[in-house]
Design a protein around this ligand. Structure first.
Ligand code: AMP
Length: 173
């Protein structure tokens, strides 16, 4: 089993429902266990054409799927949740990204790990820091430069989904 972190985002349709169902589907993946779920935050879009705000969260999984198997599984979940690919960075019902996979570093067009924009995205680093502070400190360098990250402002508000997170964390700890 290796630990991997999945970034989840939605800014189209019933955003909270898409995220909830995506997490439910992550829980049904073979040889995979969801171990932590961050709270969901609302964030301003950072890229692409003018579009609505996102809901974002990060999920920690333990998995025996290989990276490309995991990517394929995530893309299947996206397809099942009405994800239609149009232009780059267009609004999306659901977006699932592999942020980290163990300590793997790979740079292929179809799969780049760590996710290339992880350090620039407060909507990733915030939730990731909540469930894996050591990982974020390691990524940013010791000393918690997170506090100085200007893009932290991109987070609009914390959406309360604590029941699920608390329950989940309690089960796993
Ligand atoms: P997106 O529009 O964010 O869903 O981008 C999806 C594309 O990025 C797919 O073609 C993937 O093959 C590619 N990709 C590269 N690295 C990653 C990653 N770490 N996680 C998810 N997709 C990735």
């Amino acid at each position: 089993m290796v630990t991997s972190f999945i970034g989840i985002g939605s800014n189209l349709g019933d955003r909270a429902r898409y995220i909830t169902v995506a997490i439910r589907q992550l829980k049904t993946l073979p040889i995979t266990r969801v171990s932590k779920i961050s709270r969901i935050i609302e964030t301003l879009p950072q890229e692409g054409p003018a579009q609505g705000k996102f809901l974002n969260c990060v999920v920690q999984i333990e998995t025996e799927l290989f990276p490309y198997q995991l990517l394929q599984a995530l893309q299947k979940i996206e397809a099942s949740l009405d994800r239609v690919r149009t232009v780059k960075n267009a609004p999306r019902t659901i977006d699932l990204d592999i942020l980290l996979y163990a300590d793997i570093s790979m740079h292929e067009e179809a799969l780049c790990i760590p996710h290339p924009r992880i350090l620039r995205r407060a909507f990733v680093l915030g939730p990731l820091k909540e469930i894996a502070p050591d990982v974020v400190n390691r990524l940013l360098g010791a000393g918690g430069k997170w506090n100085n990250l200007k893009r932290k402002k991109a987070i609009v508000k914390k959406v309360s989904m604590r029941q699920r997170k608390t329950k989940n964390n309690r089960q796993r700890s």
